[in-house]
Write a protein that binds this ligand. Structure first.
Ligand code: URA
Length: 272
């Protein structure tokens, strides 16, 4: 697996190799589609490396979403990353390119990471669900994102657990409520508890922090709201960098950040 500092282009090459491997190497599932709890466990080879997990995931049929998506979009990044970022599911562009966070949300994420002094190429980036769930609305040719349901999240969960187990990050950052509630429980509210490092309920990681999904910033209804949401999102990413510096007492993957964005005071928490 790629060492820390490996460029995104190199990581993409790695993903392409995995896809090719799965197309030709053909570890195909013996079982038909299932959508019950943790069904992906059947596709996970025991003791597999991160790269082998990525290859095996290409053939996953643990729920019906493989029939919608172009391909499995597995996590990407160094096997020894100190930070793992977890989103909801790949979007339209990620589905076509086969890599997580390569569309508009990914661009905003990369910008926020850079402002916080974090190098995206040093971070392992993945999603709770590995296939793009979408629907057509009316006659529009656009594929509209559809939120994964509890059964789909449960079916896919063994892949995320296996990724966390292999990477063993210092911190998992949940991007949005789907990731936060998958890892921290259904009662977790991003609006009330964002930006706060919490002890990880998963032994293979040390801490967990939740923030908003970057798409929520992009979807803000007007420029002023968007600016505020962006500043708050960037402030949370600064908190990730601060935590790494203080908790681990080292600077691998973290450069001195620019000045922390001055996010306006947050309104009183609402339920998310
Ligand atoms: N949104 C996500 O949650 N994940 C991606 O990979 C892209 C957009």
């Amino acid at each position: 697996m790629a060492p820390i500092g490996t460029s995104l282009a190199a990581l993409r090459g790695d993903m392409a190799a995995r896809r090719e491997g799965s197309a030709s190497g053909a570890k195909r599932p013996a079982r038909a589609t299932r959508a019950d709890g943790g069904a992906a466990a059947e596709w996970i080879p025991a003791g597999a490396s991160l790269a082998a997990l990525g290859a095996a995931a290409m053939g996953c049929r643990a729920c019906h979403l493989w029939t919608l998506g172009t391909q499995t979009v597995f996590g990407e990044g160094p096997a020894r990353a100190r930070v793992m970022m977890v989103g909801e599911q790949p979007g339209d562009q990620e589905d076509r390119e086969g890599a997580p966070f390569v569309g508009p949300s990914g661009a905003l994420l990369a910008e926020g990471l850079a402002a916080a002094g974090l190098d995206r190429a040093s971070i392992y980036v993945t999603n709770v669900v590995k296939h793009f769930k979408w629907e057509r609305v009316g006659r529009s040719p656009r594929r509209i994102h559809k939120k994964p349901n509890a059964a789909e999240i449960r079916a896919c969960r063994p892949w995320l657990d296996a990724e966390i187990d292999r990477v063993r990050p210092s911190m998992i950052v949940c991007l949005g409520a789907t990731a936060a509630q998958a890892l921290l429980g259904r009662s977790f509210r991003v609006t009330g508890q964002r930006g706060i490092p919490l002890p990880s309920p998963i032994p293979a990681a040390r801490a967990v922090m939740a923030t908003v999904h970057p798409s929520a910033v992009l979807r803000a209804p007007d420029a002023a709201t968007r600016e505020r949401a962006r500043a708050e999102f960037f402030a949370d990413l600064h908190a990730v960098a601060d935590h790494l510096r203080t908790a681990d007492g080292e600077s691998g993957g973290v450069r001195a950040p620019g000045p922390a964005p001055t996010a306006p005071p947050r309104p009183a928490p609402r339920s998310a």
